[in-house]
Design a protein around this ligand. Structure first.
Ligand SMILES: Nc1ncnc2c1ncn2[C@@H]1O[C@H](COP(=O)(O)OP(=O)(O)OP(=O)(O)O)[C@@H](O)[C@H]1O
Ligand SMILES: [Mg+2]
Length: 466
């Protein structure tokens, strides 16, 4: 399959490509490109940059971001001097050919580009790790590098430390390592060091003997011992209190634990993986984390790339989530509108993959059209593409003004209403229609001085000015 993106397609080239056995789809714009290709199969792509004016180049970006198209650019020598042309080639294309192009070189590059996306596709389809139905998606260089690292690391027993922002997939990576390791049939035990109260941590980690303390009616095996033979995942290791750091270090050095109140030590054989989203180097400088423990934990290190650095993967992940959860909506949702794609690339994703999953799931439920747009993702301010009608824009502006007034006056309706130049009753009604009413609180506020029932039914107009 091949897609040919050009303002004025060259018939001779199309004939040549068809002759070579390509099934050629032609598109003149990004939108057309999205329409003519199937999103789930790999394509080779030709984009003839020389056929677009400098102003039109920006609009090609959405088309070039199609995840499963391997693009080869055509450009004349003089156009290659333009910064925009160079940037598009650098960001989205496998290679480029200077016009006039010799058919054999184009053929060669197309075969190569197609081969590369097909490989990508294969990785996508198989996923690197599947824990249940949780596969790990990633095609960008940083993620491919991560997958290679996971494969290498899985075969060793050395301690692994995973650093990365919240929601980047640290736990998924830990599971992936376990599942590819010789220990895969043994337990994978995860402990969230931040979630267990300090005073329980020791007994949770190492267990206790009967009679160790009041209420210890029988022996309890700790999580470290429960992981024997398998993998112990110490999540949020940065939150481990110093006291537990000391006992963990002792365990790592000796390979033995002692249950609370017990006299014998028990040998435990586990592979330790730890993770944190806090800056452990900083914690060590401040004396909150022991450097000797860190060196034990961090024999091998993995840095999880943040979502905003994963390029096309953002879209691939979004489609993946859409595919997985589309049955949450009775409506048939086909994909993402260009505004959504643009916003997803511009937004910074502080919550990374977890945030992307949440936003897409919410959008699946909220979307009114067949395509999810930037507004459904609650990312409308990250797109320049005007998808709002004027009525929607007015409504959004009205809501913003009301929110700001309420905030300025700490939800005192009288003052906010004066600021907005409307009556208190109208403000109350508008708050209702914009979903800004905190049911219990504002009802009381209104009833203090005003009679809510006094709002005449005929005031249901759209305008806020009276
Ligand atoms: N590459 C990926 N492909 C598919 N799903 C992913 C990927 N990375 C993360 N996820 C999903 O994103 C969510 C968050 O991942 P995970 O819990 O592993 O992140 P984390 O780094 O441990 O986050 P935190 O720091 O908040 O604990 C999970 O639902 C996980 O399945
Ligand atoms: Mg986690």
């Amino acid at each position: 399959m091949l897609v040919y993106l050009s303002r004025s397609p060259d018939d001779t080239l199309v004939e040549h490509l068809t002759g070579c056995g390509w099934h050629v789809s032609i598109a003149r714009t990004s939108a057309e490109c999205a329409r003519v290709i199937r999103p789930d199969v790999p394509y080779a792509g030709i984009v003839d940059l020389s056929r677009y004016t400098a102003r039109e180049l920006g609009m090609l970006e959405t088309g070039l971001r199609q995840p499963l198209v391997g693009w080869v650019a055509l450009a004349s020598a003089d156009r290659l001097d333009e910064p925009d042309v160079r940037r598009l080639i650098r960001s989205y294309c496998f290679d480029y050919v200077k016009l006039p192009a010799s058919p054999p070189s184009v053929d060669y590059l197309l075969g190569h580009a197609f081969g590369m996306v097909s490989l990508t596709d294969l990785d996508l389809a198989t996923g690197v790790a599947s824990a249940g139905d949780d596969e790990m998606v990633g095609t960008c260089e940083a993620m491919q590098q991560l997958f290679r690292t996971i494969r290498k690391i899985a075969n060793t027993d050395a301690a692994v430390f995973i650093a990365g922002e919240s929601g980047t997939g640290k736990e998924l990576t830990a599971v992936a390592i376990h599942e590819r390791s010789p220990r895969r049939k043994e337990p994978f035990v995860a402990i969230n060091c931040g979630a267990i109260p300090h005073h329980l941590l020791q007994s949770e980690l190492f267990g206790y003997e009967r009679g160790a303390f009041t209420g210890a009616n029988q022996r309890k095996i700790g999580r470290v011992e429960a992981a024997n033979g398998g993998t112990l995942f110490l999540d949020e290791i940065g939150d481990l209190p110093l006291e537990s750091q000391a006992s963990l270090l002792r365990f790592l050095q000796e390979g033995k634990i002692e249950r609370l109140g017990g006299r014998e030590s028990v040998s435990v054989n586990v592979r330790v993986i730890s993770a944190t989203h806090v800056d452990l180097e900083g914690a060590m400088r401040d004396g909150r984390f022991r450097a000797d423990l860190f060196h034990r934990l961090c024999v091998l290190r993995i840095d999880e790339p943040p979502l905003r650095a994963r390029g096309k993967d953002i879209e691939i992940l979004a489609h993946h989530v859409l595919h997985k959860f589309k049955t949450d909506s009775a409506r048939k949702i086909r994909g993402f509108a260009p505004s959504a794609i643009e916003a997803m690339h511009k937004y910074g994703w502080p919550g990374n993959v977890r945030e992307l999953i949440n936003r897409v799931r919410r959008a699946i439920v909220m979307a009114e059209g067949k395509l999810i747009n930037a507004e459904d993702l609650d990312l409308a301010q990250f797109t320049d593409q005007e998808t709002m009608t004027l009525a929607q824009a007015r409504e959004a502006a009205e809501k913003r003004a009301i929110e700001a007034a309420l905030l300025r006056h700490r939800h005192r309706l009288n003052e906010a209403a004066i600021d907005l130049g409307i009556s208190r009753v109208t403000l109350y009604r508008l708050m209702g229609s914009h979903g800004l009413r905190d049911p219990a609180a504002s009802e009381e506020k209104l009833n203090e001085t005003d009679d809510a029932g006094a709002a005449p039914a005929s005031r249901e107009g759209k305008t806020a000015t009276e």
